[in-house]
Design a protein around this ligand. Structure first.
Ligand SMILES: O=C(O)CCC(=O)N[C@@H](CCC(=O)O)C(=O)O
Ligand SMILES: [Zn+2]
Length: 342
């Protein structure tokens, strides 16, 4: 098993169908001098012949939730183009296809939400072990290895799609930076990808993007590119700006970007509402889109022992989900802000 296995670029298909082929790490060099390293099913990196101090070290992850297919299809296309030398990387790039078994059953996860298992959370809970916990640990290790000896130009875009419609279709969660300044240049990059809404998280989490941001000092984001659709059912024209901008990021030595414009909306997270009881209910319709605002004082959710209200006029809801496990986030609320106010 070496280069021939990936000669047609079908790394993802092989990772899903015959993961055992990748049980041993394998390295090979393409005819254009690009070094390829496969460390496990769904984990592949590309290193250009010349690595310099200004080389970027870019992680693109997808499928941390198995049913969020558009980003998986985008990453599959980039990996295929790189393996077949139609795309030549100017920078180091690591692709992580997160939850392969969940992709096979077209579900968000098999046993546990993998995007709550990072920063070591995969090892919490009295010896509980499952495939998602092992994979989260393996993905952390892949990032640790990739960023080892990497220069300071570190990036991780963890690509997702949201469960429900969103008034602002594309948005990104900017992890909590513990008081450090947020990067306008990164917001300009996301804006060029068509992602013009940014949520500033105000607390540590166990998500993948927070892990890379906090542990590896990468510019890291959870990027929501649209709404969940089955494989093959995405309208890929809706992802064209992201596809083109990320292709340029990978392949151009220097990425020219327009500065962050007035069309970017910044929100700060006001409430993180974690489900504490089995009777947790949302007090708005199931099809209420993300970013719907509510009047101050509106009852948003309720459970035994607690009621949750909009605390500000127009406070908007994001990621409502009453079906999460006890202790997990069931709702975020956000309010508009500016970068200067942070
Ligand atoms: O639409 C939803 O309810 C969930 C979409 C999704 O998977 N979002 C991520 C956000 C992670 C973050 O807060 O950085 C998640 O819930 O894991
Ligand atoms: Zn997701």
């Amino acid at each position: 098993m070496k280069a021939e296995l990936c000669a047609n670029g079908d790394f993802l298909a092989r990772s899903r169908q015959t993961p055992e082929l990748f049980s041993e790490p394998c390295d090979f060099t393409l005819s254009n001098g690009v070094a390829v390293s496969i460390t496990a099913a769904g984990i592949i990196s590309f290193t250009p012949a010349k690595v310099q101090p200004d080389t970027k070290h870019i992680v693109l992850s997808c499928g941390v939730h198995g049913n969020e297919t558009a980003p998986i299809e985008l990453c599959d296309d980039w990996v295929c183009a790189l393996l077949t030398e139609q795309l030549v990387p100017a920078h180091r790039v690591l692709f992580l296809f997160g939850n392969l078994p969940a992709m096979d059953i077209a579900q968000r996860f098999v046993e546990e939400n993998m995007n709550r298992l990072f920063s070591g959370a995969h090892s919490d809970g009295e010896g509980l072990v499952n495939a998602e916990r092992r994979r989260a640990s393996q993905l952390e290790q892949a990032i640790t290895d990739f960023f080892e000896n990497a220069g300071k130009h570190r990036f991780h875009y963890d690509l997702h799609t949201a469960i429900r419609e969103s008034k602002n279709e594309k948005f990104a969660v900017y992890p909590y930076l513990h008081g450090q300044a947020r990067s306008e240049e990164q917001i300009a990059f996301l804006s060029a990808c068509g992602v013009k809404t940014i949520l500033l998280s105000q607390s540590p989490t166990t998500t993948f993007s927070y892990y890379s941001s906090h542990q590896h000092h990468a510019h890291a984001f959870t990027v929501e590119l649209g709404k969940v659709q089955p494989f093959g059912k995405n309208d890929m024209t809706r992802f064209e700006a992201a596809r083109q901008t990320i292709t340029r990021l990978i392949s151009q030595p220097t990425l020219e970007l327009a500065p962050m414009g007035d069309d970017v909306e910044i929100f700060t997270v006001n409430q993180v509402i974690n489900k504490q009881a089995e009777d947790f209910v949302l007090h708005f319709a199931d099809d209420t889109p993300n970013f719907t605002g509510f009047a101050k004082g509106t009852l948003l959710a309720q459970e035994s022992g607690a009621s949750y209200y909009a605390e500000h006029e127009g406070e908007a809801i994001v990621f409502p989900n009453a079906s999460v496990a006890i202790g997990q986030r069931a709702l975020l609320t956000v309010v508009p802000t500016t970068l200067d106010a942070q």
